[in-house]
Design a protein around this ligand. Structure first.
Ligand code: NAG
Ligand code: NAG
Length: 297
């Protein structure tokens, strides 16, 4: 049965997910309040419908939150406020899946907002990039005991659109499972990219000759790492601003002194972002290292 699904917000991920859900025959609502022309255009192309907050909380069967991690809590607070100010009649309780890259403590404090509410709250995460052509990412979901019905709906609506979906269920499962997986996976994949970025810049700062010797040695002894650098570093540059907050979430997930590694990762991504804005050369250093690496693989 087609559903009414709200996808907030229509960024690169949200709009492409929205498009898959529209293609599967669902009505996909979004909020374009205060959004740029480019975002409005992206949402329109995806077939998403601009809706007011009251329409979203009254009409949607399920809301998917797909936003930068630093906005996850305030979005959930707003959703709850809007929901409480209106009467949702003749419908099953609203299902709300937070699909953002936040850590276990953060998702638990968001979930705590909903304990007195009829809203069924789900912990979700997305692994992979936006759907494109035949490529689809994987959505993971977990829920506290009692919210299985909401989790089933999440699995159905996402699965029917052709996007991969896996539930983390079974003994002891609950809010936190999907977020823990996201933190672990991103800690490795985006952590590796952060490590490459940090050292390429440090080697260059020491001396361009160090950079050249590093490239030579990687090409001789670690060609698979060099190949990964040529893919991962350029793909990261336009997304660096989004990874700043995500790295802070991972720092909290890891905890202790080891967690500081990810405070450092957050700083390296902030530095890349600053370089894009100020044109201070770091991005040029990264790009020329990648170009030189491509000559050697
Ligand atoms: C919601 O329903 C209650 C009880 O029927 C009523 O008192 C209240 O005014 C309604 N609120 C809205 C926003 O319609
Ligand atoms: C979910 O988290 C709980 C608490 O940490 C743990 O006991 C359980 O094994 C986890 N389940 C999955 C599927 O990750």
């Amino acid at each position: 049965m087609p559903q009414i699904i709200a996808v907030i917000a229509p960024g690169a991920m949200g709009a492409n997910v929205g498009h898959k859900l529209v293609e599967a025959g669902n009505v996909v609502l979004t909020s374009l309040e205060g959004r740029s022309d480019a975002t409005r255009e992206r949402a329109k192309k995806a077939g998403m419908v601009d809706a007011s907050w009251s329409d979203i909380v009254q009409k949607a069967d399920i809301v998917l939150s797909i936003i930068p991690p630093r906005d996850a809590l305030s979005f959930a607070q707003r959703l709850l406020r809007e929901h409480n100010s209106l009467n949702r009649t003749d419908k099953d309780p609203l299902v709300f899946a937070d699909c953002n890259a936040v850590n276990v403590d953060t998702i638990k404090s968001i979930a705590a907002l909903f304990t007195e509410s009829p809203i069924a709250f789900l912990d979700g995460c997305i692994i992979g990039g936006p759907p494109s052509g035949n490529y689809v990412p994987t959505f993971y979901g977990s829920a506290n005991p009692g919210d299985e019905k909401g989790l089933k709906l999440f699995e159905e609506v996402i699965g029917r659109s052709g996007i991969k979906v896996r539930l983390l269920s079974g003994e002891g499962s609950g809010i936190g499972n999907a977020s823990a997986l996201k933190m672990s996976y991103a800690g490795i994949s985006k952590g590796l990219t952060g490590l490459f970025t940090t050292i390429i810049l440090a080697a260059h700062t020491n001396s361009p000759a160090t950079s050249e010797a590093l490239l030579q040695e990687l090409s001789d002894s670690q060609p698979e790492l060099l190949e990964r650098i040529t893919r991962a570093v350029p793909a990261m540059i336009p997304k660096a601003y989004r990874w700043v907050g995500e790295m802070e979430e991972i720092a909290g997930f890891v905890g202790g002194g080891e967690g500081d590694i990810y405070h450092g990762m957050s700083q390296i991504y902030a530095r890349v972002e600053r370089s894009i804005e100020e044109g201070n050369g770091d991005v040029d250093v990264l790009k020329s290292f990648v170009d030189a690496a491509k000559q050697r693989i």
